[in-house]
Design a protein around this ligand. Structure first.
Ligand SMILES: NC(=O)c1ccc[n+]([C@@H]2O[C@H](COP(=O)([O-])OP(=O)(O)OC[C@H]3O[C@@H](n4cnc5c(N)ncnc54)[C@H](OP(=O)(O)O)[C@@H]3O)[C@@H](O)[C@H]2O)c1
Length: 294
């Protein structure tokens, strides 16, 4: 199957491309700038600005994918709040361009990467809980979900949470590498105790998306971790795993960091639907850490 992956230079995109290429899919990868991916026989890379409709149409005319996995986004809430028009263009308009082009070339399946930020407080949330985004990023992703649901081709919405995983050259670090880097340098860090999340190990997300593509499963799925943890819990687990000094981690409340956008205190997603319908079996946080730092 020929699969187009958008946002292929990003954290999720690079992991996903690596997974799909390894499983023998013919992968067309695209991102805004020059490729940051290694070369593989079954991988072709095109740079494409997704807010430019002509660019998107040309890419689809040229490549005619059978399935599309749309990970590209303006993915930082603070950046969205500071640039509302760009947020709309990147997160909403670009999604419509991709849906139109996929429909036009007769693609079978469109998978959209959304987020737990479409919900408000009182997580963890199930797929059919009522959305209530607390910031523009969450609202833009929710609006894009509505476009995906209105499309006339088969679609799937996948919602991960606070992703982490191994990194390599040219791949942006996740939270766990930030913690490890600071502690390795002997630098003290302040980490929040009063936020609850169900972080997604990227390997589990890639497994779930591959399963969804392979079996062409429509609907909405939460692909998160099974543990409810705070960023502080995560930092402590990283320090213990790598034998780094725990004393450098100072527990603080979220009020220590006045942030430009509102974030949920108790977020996170329930994964029962993915467990029952996809056979999703995510790693425990401690087990995933072993893979991240192997
Ligand atoms: N990271 C998380 O913890 C998390 C949690 C929940 C949901 N998500 C969702 O998961 C998806 C992937 O997140 P991520 O953290 O892996 O993203 P990321 O690392 O920020 O990467 C996003 C990629 O999208 C590309 N992109 C953005 N706008 C584009 C445009 N207009 N045209 C072409 N390419 C464009 C960027 O290209 P350039 O590098 O060239 O700018 C970048 O490579 C996003 O949809 C995000 O909303 C992420």
């Amino acid at each position: 199957m020929k699969v187009l992956v958008t946002g292929a230079n990003g954290f999720t995109g690079q992991h996903l491309v690596k997974t799909l290429v390894g499983k023998g899919f013919e992968v067309i990868a695209t991102s805004r700038n020059a490729s940051k991916l290694p070369s593989y026989d079954n991988l072709t890379y095109y740079n494409c600005e997704l807010t430019d409709v002509r660019n998107v149409e040309n890419l689809f005319d040229l490549t005619r994918p059978g399935a599309v996995i749309h990970t590209a986004a303006m993915s930082k809430p603070d950046e969205c709040a500071a640039n509302p028009d760009l947020c709309t263009a990147n997160n909403i308009t670009a999604t419509q361009h991709l849906l139109d082009a996929a429909t036009k070339v007769g693609a079978n399946h469109f998978v959209y990467l959304s987020t737990d930020f479409i919900f408000g407080e009182n997580g963890p949330h199930a797929e059919d809980d009522i959305p209530s985004p607390l910031n523009l990023y969450g609202a833009s992703k929710l609006e894009a979900e509505a476009l995906v649901n209105a499309a006339s081709i088969k679609t799937t919405i996948v919602r991960p949470v606070f992703m982490y995983g191994p990194v390599w050259e040219n791949l942006r670090p996740s939270f766990i590498q930030w913690v490890a880097g600071k502690l390795n340098n002997g630098e003290p860090i302040k980490v929040v105790t009063d936020q609850a999340r169900t972080p997604t190990y990227i390997g589990d997300l890639c497994w779930g998306i591959q399963k969804i593509i392979q079996d062409q499963v429509p609907g909405t799925f939460h692909l998160a971790g099974k543990d409810i943890v705070s960023p502080y819990d995560m930092a402590v687990a990283v320090a213990k795993h790598l034998n780094l000094p725990l004393g450098l981690i100072e527990p603080v409340t979220a009020s220590t960091f006045p942030e430009p956008v509102k974030r949920a205190q108790r977020s996170g997603l329930k994964i029962d639907k993915a467990v029952h319908e996809l056979g999703y079996a995510p790693h425990a946080f401690a087990d995933a850490l072993q893979k991240c730092f192997a």
